[in-house]
Design a protein. Structure first.
Length: 128
């Protein structure tokens, strides 16, 4: 059952593949904002995945994120996503990211509950 307060935490190491210079999102060898957002989305997805009916999943629809502090390669980034609002099929999450020195980013993320088969069929029909 879905309820506000559901939370999930993920940690990853900042590797060369996750740097702004590698991703093309910046020119410096620091943790890339798109990587932080991806980790925030994944934690949000996993926070509710086991609480949805079979065949349903969530898709990301909006992010409002601030990346406030740089993180160097070799550091660990920890993300926490907490479900803060349920509006029918729309789910809102508070997301925060940290490295060893403290908070490096925060914001909100929105996901919608969809039936996986119907969602993919809709995508296939767009291509036809």
């Amino acid at each position: 059952m879905l309820e506000t307060g559901l939370s999930y935490e993920l940690t990853e190491e900042v590797t060369k593949e996750k740097l702004a210079s590698t991703k093309g999102s910046g020119g410096l060898d620091v943790y890339a904002t798109p990587e932080m957002i991806t980790l925030m989305e994944k934690a949000s997805l996993l926070a509710v995945a086991d609480h949805l009916p079979e065949g349903d999943t969530t898709v990301g629809t909006a992010v409002n994120i601030k990346h406030t502090s740089p993180t160097l390669p070799g550091s660990q980034v920890r993300v926490v996503a907490t479900l803060i609002e349920i509006d029918r099929r729309r789910l809102s999450f508070d997301v925060k990211a940290f490295d060893e020195a403290g908070e490096i980013g925060s914001g909100t993320h929105e996901r919608f509950i969809v039936n996986a088969d119907r969602f993919l069929e809709k995508a296939r029909n767009k291509k036809a």
